[in-house]
Structure formats: C-alpha cells, structure tokens
Design a binder for this molecule. Sequence first.
Ligand SMILES: Nc1ncnc2c1ncn2[C@@H]1O[C@H](COP(=O)(O)OP(=O)(O)OP(=O)(O)O)[C@@H](O)[C@H]1O
Ligand SMILES: [Mg+2]
Length: 454
Amino acid sequence: MSSSMEVTLQNPPVDEILEQNGVAAQDPAPSPMLSEEKVIVSVEVCLKPSSTAQIADVRSAVERMLENRCLSYIDGPIPLPLDDTFLSENVQRICICDTDESTSSHNILLFWQVKPDVHVFQLSEEGPCEEISTDGQPSSFNEWILPAKEFDGLWESLIYESGLKQRLLRYAASALLFTEKGVDPFLVSWNRIVLLHGPPGTGKTSLCKALAQKLSIRFNQRYPQCQLIEVNAHSLFSKWFSESGKLVAKLFQKIQEMVEEENNLVFVLIDEVESLAAARKAALSGSEPSDSIRVVNALLTQMDKLKSSPNVIILTTSNITTAIDIAFVDRADIKAYVGPPTLQARYEILKSCLEELMRTGILTSLQDCMNIKLPNYANAKEKLNTPENHEKASELCKQLLETAEACEGMSGRSLRKLPFLAHAALANPSDCNPLKFLCTMIETAKRDRSELPD
Ligand SMILES: Nc1ncnc2c1ncn2[C@@H]1O[C@H](COP(=O)(O)OP(=O)(O)OP(=O)(O)O)[C@@H](O)[C@H]1O
Ligand SMILES: [Mg+2]
C-alpha cells in the first residue's frame, strides 16, 4: 500500500505541490479554478480497542485535522498528528481509501479537490460465533459482529482490475440508499442480492466478507450494528436431510430476530449457492428423501421473504458460471464475474507477497539498497521502458514482472501460496535475496502449476 505524502506549506503554489508529489505541473490534474465539484474521498478512522471516545467527537476531530493539513490524497495511512492528544489516545490509524477510482496513475488528488468523508469505527475482536449443535452435526452457520478484526485488511489484500471492488461497493451503497430514502419498489425496483461467480480460488468468498466489512464501516452512521451470517449450505443439505428442516427454521429465526432491530445491518452469505440447486434437483429426481424438497423450498421461500427487509444484504457465491437454477439468485441485481487475476493483478499480488517476506526478514535485502520500494504495475512498466536504467530496484521489478507473466492461468489462491512453496524449495533458505527468490518462484510455478492444490 502506498503511503500518503504530506506537504508542509499551508498554501503552497499549485506547481510546487505537484512537483513535490512527483507530478509535472502540466499533468492533467484539474486546477482548483476549473474543478467545481469536489471528489468525495473516504477516510477510515480505526479506533484503538481501548478507546471509549464518542464516534462523533472523533469524527469532528479528524475533520478539523484534515482541514488544517495540506494533504495529497493517495490510498494509505495518514500520520497521526503528534500534538493532538485526543486523537493519539483514541485512534489506532487513519487511512485514505479507494481513491483509485478518481485518479489515474499520474493524477494525484490534492486537498482542495477533495471533500473527505470520515468514517470512524472500532473493530470487534470477538471472532466468529459458531452455532454449536448438541448432536455432533456440523454447524449450519457462523456469525460475526462487523467490522471484525478477522477481516481487517482483507479488502485491500484482494486485487482485481477494472474497478470490480468499486463497482460492488457502489451498487450496494445505492441499494442501501434507495431503501433508506423509501423509494417505492413498485415504481423503481431493485434488490439487495449480490452474486459473485467464477472459477475456484478467485477470492469470491473473501470478497463477499470484505464487502460486508467495508459496508459496515461506510454505513455505520445509519446502522451502528452489523452482523455477518455465513450459511453453511453444504452442512444444511449434504447428508443431514432429516435434520435440515429444524436447522433451516433455527437459522431463519435467528436472522429474523436480527433483522427486526432496525439499526442492525445484516449480511447473509450463502457460499456455493449451487449446492441448493443440486439439492433440489436430487430431491426432485427421488434420490433424496421425499421431504427434502420441502426443506429446500422452505429455504428459498425464507430467502425470498428476507429480501423484503430493508436492512439485509444477501451475498452469494458460485463456481458455476452458467445459469444457476435458483429463483432468488436469478433475480440478483448485482452479478459479477470474478475471474483469475490478470497480469497486472498477478504483479500486484506477488509484489505484496514479496514485500511481506522482506518486511518479516525472511528475504534479505539486496545489497546497496536497504529499503527497496517496489513500484506499482503502471510505474513498473514505465520504469522498464526507460533505457539505461540499471538500478537494483529496476532489476527486481523486471524480475517480478517476469514472474507474474510466468504465473499466467494461476488463481489468486495459488498465487498467494506460491511464495511459501518456493521458500520450501530453496536449498539455502537462510540466505536468500528477493532476486534469487523470484527465480525460484518461476521454477516452482512452472513445476507445480498443474499440481498446486486449489
Ligand atoms: N484477486 C485476488 N487478489 C488477492 N488475493 C486473492 C485473489 N483471489 C484469490 N486470492 C486469495 O485466495 C484466497 C482464497 O480465496 P477464496 O476462498 O475467497 O476464493 P473463492 O473464489 O471463494 O474459492 P472457491 O470457489 O474455491 O470457494 C483468498 O483469501 C486470497 O488470499
Ligand atoms: Mg469460496
């Protein structure tokens, strides 16, 4: 993640700020005179676990702090002002988020172009609360209070091209806004069902959880409480058909209780939703007990009913890319295909892996450059197009790009496992620099690509 830069002057000339940010003055950043509309940028403020401060007080303090500082708005942390004891006592970190939509790689948002939208939250440390059944059956759902510590950083770790994450966020935000404003569904219809489909290991389940976490932060003024219920469709319908009726009833009773509280925002995640369709088909063909069809249908009816509650978002995933035969998924407004990572995404995923291994000291630094900062994909391409560039960092970024190219066809999950497998394949793991390590990664990818467990 790139960190935000801060410029020190109160009202520096435009050119000077642009230069300090490495942007040529004639770059297409709109001038303050020309741009009338300000860009809304989310600023997320995570409170310390010990903080008991009022959210509204922290928000005002952060807004004041931002007004008094000349920041360039780039995704990443903002340093906390040392002289502000209230903020330093209560705030763990302040991050600028998701500016990539409004900026191209060269176009940095400066403070006068931005209207910060401050979201203050505290992470829940409770962990998943699993429904324990007394009879040794697998549980039918997990429950988290959001935003959860467990999902912290998940959104940022998922890398997709073409604004997929932003699109999901905007869709969900619009759906919640329409509900909030009481738009008549007979006149304008919309729903709050999300379907992410695509091949295994492309981050669908993670993206659903990360989206729920993100929305719980973005909408915490309207919905101070948020929960995520992860329905284990497999355990509902695998071999426990005789018990399924009871499980479904229990599950929806629980969800209904949550939804009745209008300050609650409830996310229901149904992973691998095609297993519901398979269960129904098996029931219809007579290969399952005859009452099972009623259970599947009961679940679908319950889901349908749930859809009308304004404070529920149903998140579903599927590995099947063709049409799924389930009524409620059919009507999903937000359908997104999540595919294997592109070259750019593979570069960024591997870059984050490499940085983590350097941060933890598992990889030794290259000689002559202790603090290598790897460029992002766009800058890497540019850097490599500059002839006569023999810096160590360029060498490393060229090698990283080659590794990303060699990993074509691998899923995000396999890519995130690759550094570990490569490390295990090293002859001398105690002395390994990033360049050598990348070579081993290419070899490991080539050798194990077909065998990598997904
Ligand atoms: N585009 C991506 N960017 C970064 N990490 C990714 C990406 N895709 C997958 N991953 C990694 O793979 C892991 C597994 O992803 P996840 O289980 O969410 O995939 P899935 O699509 O739900 O898989 P399945 O279809 O098998 O259920 C994630 O935790 C993440 O670390
Ligand atoms: Mg999954």
